[in-house]
Design a protein around this ligand. Structure first.
Ligand code: PLP
Length: 390
């Protein structure tokens, strides 16, 4: 028989289908809140000014494109550690990091490291980014689900969340969103982080933080505060980081994986293993995007320009959140949430009707990208969804 005869067709990516339908829709007032990238008021996802300047410098002065190594651009990772971890943790001799192809590459490398270390099970919240399950399963881990989101309050059901972790065995891993939860927009308060840390310690669970939107919620330091509290309190942890949203580098695939181990000696073995695994996954990560981030973070003026533009993006998202929340009582919690996403309490039939009748595009889950709105269409959007909000 044929080798590939056993393969099945796979369902098309649901979000890509939404993109295609939106593109083909001739209605001039159509709204796309489906795609998960930042958009400015004109609907564009521009290259950031600091990125353009860093690229110009690289084009003019980059001396070589010879191979760097499985760790990628180590100066990129070290400078980024200052942004993600803060100065104290960045100096820890128990934390080691390497460059990865995006946040996805960081999650996959972390998953492979966990599997190699003998971890069997990772817990993810309900709901979570749809790619989390496949990434961990493909690495051979068992994926289990803990409680997290309460659709009634559009908030975190903390009691259910923490008590569902009682079902985890010591040594199990727990995937946490560092900030700007995708798809719900929820965020743990500082007190909730503390209680989560206590639960992880009590049950001896290993946190794996996914930080993909630092700076797009409440600001760079605020968005990393929970992650830093966590790392300071536990012996072992992983942190997958993406620069693809906060530097708007998406297709350049820029990320890093940091692993904290109990002792510096273990950390050396962890690093060796990460590099061996990276060699068989992608040998070396793509350089250009990470080089851009390095050039920005090496230069105080460029770094300040990047921070200012990121702050403006964050402010625009939060302005739209305030506007949307004020329009209907069922949307009030959107103002307290953060990041690009919110999960509307509507069903797939409502999503379909919004598309047919109002040219409003989102995936069947009801997840919306707040940045797909603007000051001119947010009222029309709210009026269109109001009948479905109950
Ligand atoms: N983690 C979460 C929660 C995300 O939403 C995404 C991207 O959508 C990623 C990780 C992956 O980001 P990257 O594009 O850098 O692989």
């Amino acid at each position: 028989g044929q080798l590939f005869g056993a393969l099945d067709r796979q369902p098309p990516d649901a979000l890509l289908a939404v993109i295609g339908m939106h593109r083909a829709d001739p209605r001039p007032d159509k709204i796309d809140v489906g795609v998960g990238v930042y958009r400015d008021a004109s609907g564009a996802t521009p290259v950031m000014r600091a990125v353009k300047q860093a690229e110009a410098r690289l084009l003019a002065a980059q001396p070589s494109k010879a191979y760097l190594g499985a760790e990628g651009d180590q100066r990129f990772t070290d400078l980024l550690a200052g942004i993600a971890l803060g100065p104290e943790l960045a100096a820890s001799d128990r934390i080691t990091g390497v460059q990865t192809p995006g946040g996805t590459g960081a999650l996959r490398l972390g998953a492979e490291l966990l599997a190699r270390s003998g971890a069997g099970t990772i817990w993810v919240g309900t709901p979570t980014w749809p790619n989390h399950g496949p990434i961990f399963r493909e690495a051979g881990l068992t994926v289990r689900h803990h409680a997290y989101f309460d659709a009634e309050t559009a908030g975190i059901d903390e009691q259910a969340f923490l008590s569902s972790l009682d079902a985890a065995a010591p040594g199990d891993v727990v995937l946490l969103h560092g900030c700007c939860h995708n798809p719900t927009g929820t965020a743990l308060s500082p007190d909730q982080w503390q209680r989560l840390v206590a639960k992880l310690a009590e049950r001896r669970l290993i946190p794996f933080v996914d930080l993909a939107y630092q700076g797009l919620g409440r600001g760079l330091d605020a968005d990393a505060a929970g992650t830093r509290t966590l790392l300071a309190a536990v012996p072992e942890a992983l942190l997958a980081y993406s620069c693809d949203k906060n530097f708007a580098l998406y297709r350049e695939r820029v990320g890093a994986l940091w692993v904290q181990s109990a002792t510096p000696e273990t950390g050396a073995a962890v690093r060796d293993t990460m590099l061996v695994l990276a060699r068989s996954l992608w040998s070396m990560p793509p350089d250009h995007g990470a080089a851009v981030v390095r050039v920005i973070l090496e230069d105080d003026d460029l770094a300040a320009e990047w921070r200012a533009e990121l702050d403006a993006m964050c402010a625009r998202i939060n302005r739209l959140r305030t506007l949307l929340a004020a329009i209907h009582p069922a949307l009030a919690s959107i103002a307290d949430q953060q990041g690009l996403f919110a999960l509307l309490p509507i069903d797939a039939a409502a999503v379909e009707a919004l598309r047919a009748q109002h040219a409003i595009y989102m995936p069947a889950s009801g997840r919306i990208n707040i940045a797909g709105l603007n000051e001119d269409n947010v009222a029309r959007f709210a009026a269109a969804i109001a009948p479905y909000l109950g």
